[in-house]
Structure formats: structure tokens, C-alpha cells
Design a binder for this molecule. Sequence first.
Ligand code: TRP
Length: 334
Amino acid sequence: MLNGKKVLFSGMQATGTLTLGNYLGALKNWIELADEYECFYSVVDMHSITVRQEPSELRKKARNLMALYIAAGLDPEDNCIYYQSHVSGHAELAWILNCFTYVGELNRMTQFKDKARKHADNINAGLYTYPVLMAADILLYQADVVPVGIDQMQHLEITRDIAGRFNAIYGDVFTIPEPYIGKQGAKIMSLQDPSKKMSKSDENPNASIYLLDDPDTVMRKFKRAVTDSEACIAYNDEQPGVKNLLDIYCAATNTSIDDALKEFEGQGYGQLKEAVGESVIAILKPLQQRFNEILADKDYLDNIIKTNAERAQTASLKTLRKVQKKVGFPERVR
Ligand code: TRP
């Protein structure tokens, strides 16, 4: 608990550009969470360097991500949006937790195995202990809930195991985090292969709508979206491409599937695609305008970065000091 509210923590990588799937599936639904939770959203730049990054690119993407979150509607006063690397406790707690994590546990992490295969020339120790840093992120703020996708569930599980192990030795130090199961956002699939989720790491740029795509690009991608030869607008699993377009339309316009089906009755896929494209452009236009305004106002954004890092630092320090004391580090002389 913090300020009388439960704590929610989420981390996001600045690599890759946020997609419409990230927005309709997650971000858009996070806006209201600040009423109920004390929310921390960390741009996890320390995780990013587990694979090689171009330094100036990483810096730029991290700043863009910060601005995009704010542009998407996350109020930086109600939500603590900050850079992981600006809060020293993440690395400090990660070290301690490394000493409470077994190599056998880390060996089971499927994401490590995947990434090791993908980056065979750089299987570094950071990639291996990535889940421990993630555990530190979450536990540092005594998070009650963590909104994670299925791909990060194993990392949340190991976080719970590490926290439980630590608590069993030293008493109730850490809150054991739960996955956040609240109002679910829309699940948006790839425009090129509707059996796959729309992903910012997809190699085919036509598969995803990026939040910073211009209107022409958005429309072009929707026009190229994979459908089927049924030539009938219906909502079912046999027509996953059309289903996905309808899901996007409904999420973008806050329409129910039934109403959308009525609206498109008797129409062709061309018209559907056009309407979906328009509905998405209507969302992205103001978002991009805010994004550009925020980036242009250097002082405004810098000030948010500074004050939120301070807030995060203050919130995290309490846990860090407690943990340091528990494991036997000497008390600081005041
Ligand atoms: N590993 C997460 C991802 O790639 C990002 C992340 C880092 C995270 N720390 C976290 C997510 C803490 C939730 C909580 O998506």
C-alpha cells in the first residue's frame, strides 16, 4: 500500500515502436487505473542493454516512449512514469536478489532460451539474470499487481518465488505480486497473420500499425490487411482477419460487435477496411499532435522526468534500506 492505495507496477522496453495493439490492448485501459492504484510505469532502459543498442537511438526511443505514454493519456502527476536507470535501487536490489535466485530457476526461463538463440554471439550474464532485475523492479515498490502479458508470466512467477523465499528467511519484507486481471483491453492481432498478436518486434512493418504512423500509412496497411475469400463481414474464428478488423473498429470507436455488424451489413471488405482505417486515424491524429507538443516542450518533459525519478527514488528507498538491513549490511552513519 502506498498513500492508501494498492500499488501497480509495469515496465516497458523502449526498443521497437508502440503499436495500436499496445494502445488498444493496454495503454488505453491504464488511464483509469490511477484512481484505484498507485501506478508506476518504468521505461526499463537497463533491461534494454541486455542486447546491443545504438546509444543515441536508445536514448531517443526512451524519451519518445515517455512522451508517447503521456500523449496517450497517462497523466504524469497521477502516474509515476520514469526511467529505470534514474533510480539506483533497481540495480542495488537486483544484486541482492541475484543471491537469492538459483541458476536452476534461471535455466528454465523460456525467454532467455529464445533470446540466447536469437543473439547467439552475445549471450551475456545480464540476459541471463534479466528476470532478477525484473523481480527487483516489481519488489522495490512493493507492487500488489503487475499487468503482464502471457509472455512475461514466467518472469512474474519467478518474482513471486524469489520474494517468497526471501520472506521465508527474513520475515515479511516483500509484498507478493499478483498478475493484474482487471478490465481486459482488446486483443489486437497482426494485420498480416491474424493468428499472431500484433507485436512491436514483428519484422514485417505491414503487420502492425505504429502509433506514430501517418494517416496514409495507416490506410495503406489496413487496405493490405489479410482477410479471406468468404466476402461476408461476420465475427467468427473461421474469419480471423475480418474478426480482427472488427475488434479494432469496436475498440477504436467504443462500439459493440453487434452494432458494428449491423453497421457493416451488406458491405464489402474494402468498405470495412476504409472505416477501420478512418477510426484508427481519428485516434492517432490527436495522439500524435500531443506527442509532438510534448517533445517540443523540452522543459516540460525534463521536469516530468526529474520529478518522477525523485518520486520513484523516494518510494523505492524504503524497501531497499529494509532489505539491506535484513541481509546484514552495516547501518549507514547519519
Ligand atoms: N520484461 C518486460 C517486457 O519485456 C518489461 C519489464 C521489465 C517489466 N520490468 C518489468 C514488466 C516489471 C512488468 C514488471 O515486456
